[in-house]
Ligand binder design. Structure first.
Ligand SMILES: *Cc1c(COP(=O)(O)O)cnc(C)c1O
Length: 451
């Protein structure tokens, strides 16, 4: 790979000395090579990433707003796109069930998460030394990073259950510990759609624990990946539990296939988002000539901003809400189709409920038990090696792309079914291929045994 990258980069070296025609030819060749070695997200056999090929209307919006280089800072800089953002934020607030809320777009879920921690810390002008944060092990790493950036050093980790959600007993223990240590629990993140498993934390049970212990952290819902629940038929449950949260992160470049990057941070109480104290320091931007309502940067950690929201706004206008509902239904259908066919020599790491299928392939001669805990340490080592061997073979073949991750130190295979071009036929082909690899690795391991 390194070779290919170097070769690609070298193609463009020194082209400034060429004439216009040759320059363009070299750039064309460079682009061709660069595209050929970049993972092809348009292929329905690429089931590795949480993002997929972008919505074409989103690409048009992205291109146009970049062409005029519109800076979505204030109404003066960006008279239309600021209004598009305000409008789509309104739509999103009603979708998630934040009637008194507000929100702002961010370049990515990690930054939205950081902004949520910043809000939690600023809300009460907390004493950092006396503050603590409990973080579930399955939370995205941006949460711990954000908490550390904000200067909170008392970080307690809470364990993940075998079902891939927060361990409530352990959460109780950690909450008790925070109280025993005379600390103030300032922030807690519930994950709606974990990156690895696509599992959803039991929000109501978590809130129940906080009530019992008389702690009132800023509760953040990280729905960067799982946010499609607000776009599905059964969104009412998620709209109802929004009242337990203070903020929500949504990554539209993931579950709705907006072009990178397109994320939002929504807050339940609009007064927490606006930070007008900075406006005097930048009166060249924020002044009485502006309608302050559209000085969107006052809600953000950023100053200059791209038209992130315009991509989603145009996608909504063009497709209509039902289109997204249909897409999400299709992804759920893909998951069910995979699950139905991927049913032998497999132990699911967690029961698939979202767009992630996480599985341990079990070697052919080994029994598929009801749980991973039922295997001996020696067998687990074998399962671990087996899945790594399968993964390496899949990478070598290049027929499809998937992820190799691990849970409790046993490697597993992850497939993300969130791809609008997947059909039942392609799913069958992929499953047949996976079982072929399974067969061949089983045989290879048997051979090794004989030797
Ligand atoms: C992907 C992801 C993030 C980070 O979002 P980026 O847009 O990649 O910065 C945060 N939380 C969860 C649960 C995610 O899956």
């Amino acid at each position: 790979m390194k070779e290919h990258i170097d070769k690609c980069l070298n193609m463009i070296d020194g082209i400034c000395h060429l004439n216009e025609k040759k320059k363009l030819k070299e750039i064309g060749a460079f682009i061709n090579t660069a595209f050929s070695i970049t993972p092809n997200i348009y292929s329905p056999a690429n089931l590795k990433y949480l993002f997929t090929y972008p919505d074409p209307i989103g690409i048009v919006a992205d291109f146009l707003s970049n062409y005029i280089n519109s800076n979505v800072l204030t109404e003066e800089c960006s008279p239309v796109f600021t209004h598009c953002e305000a409008e789509i934020i309104k739509t999103l607030l009603s979708l998630v069930g934040y009637p008194e809320g507000d929100g702002v777009f961010y370049p990515g879920g990690s930054l939205s998460n950081l902004a949520s921690v910043v809000l939690a810390v600023r809300k009460e002008n907390i004493d950092l030394g006396k503050s603590a944060v409990i973080i579930p092990e399955h939370a995205h790493y941006s949460i711990e990073k954000s908490v550390k950036i904000c200067g909170i050093r008392n970080i307690l980790k809470v364990k993940t259950t075998a079902k891939g959600v927060v361990n409530l007993d352990h959460l109780k223990k950690m909450t008790q510990k925070v109280k025993d240590d005379n600390l103030n629990l300032v922030y807690y993140c519930c994950v709606l759609g974990t990156t690895n498993f696509g599992t959803f934390d039991p929000v109501e049970d978590i809130i129940e624990i906080f009530k019992k212990f008389y702690v009132t952290p800023w509760v953040h819902f990280d729905a960067a990946w799982g946010g499609s629940v607000y776009f599905s038929h059964d969104r009412s449950f998620y709209q109802k539990i929004s009242c337990f949260s203070d903020s929500i992160t949504l990554d539209f470049h993931k579950f709705l296939s907006a072009p990178l990057l397109c994320s939002a941070l929504l807050v339940k109480n609009k007064s927490f988002l606006w930070e007008k104290e900075w406006s005097d320091q930048a009166s060249y931007l924020y002044n009485s000539y502006q309608d302050e309502k559209y000085s969107l940067s006052l809600k953000s950690l950023q100053c200059s901003r791209e038209a992130y929201a315009f991509k989603l706004w145009l996608m909504f206008k063009y497709h209509g809400f039902d289109y997204f509902q249909g897409l999400i239904q299709k992804y759920h259908h893909n998951r069910k189709a995979f699950k139905k066919q991927l049913n032998k020599n497999i132990l699911y790491v967690v029961e698939p409920q979202y767009f992630n299928l996480c599985m341990w392939f079990i070697p052919k001669e080994m029994e598929v038990k009801e749980s991973i805990k039922a295997y001996t340490r020696e067998q687990l080592e074998k399962i671990n090696r087996f899945n790594i061997a399968m993964y390496e073979r899949i990478v070598e073949d290049g027929f499809m792309k998937i992820t190799c991750s691990s849970f409790n130190n046993v490697a597993f295979i992850r497939i993300i079914v969130h791809h609008a071009n997947l059909t039942e036929n392609i799913i069958s082909e992929i499953v047949a291929y996976l079982y072929k690899v399974h067969e061949s690795i089983s045989a290879k391991i048997d051979d090794q045994h004989l030797n």
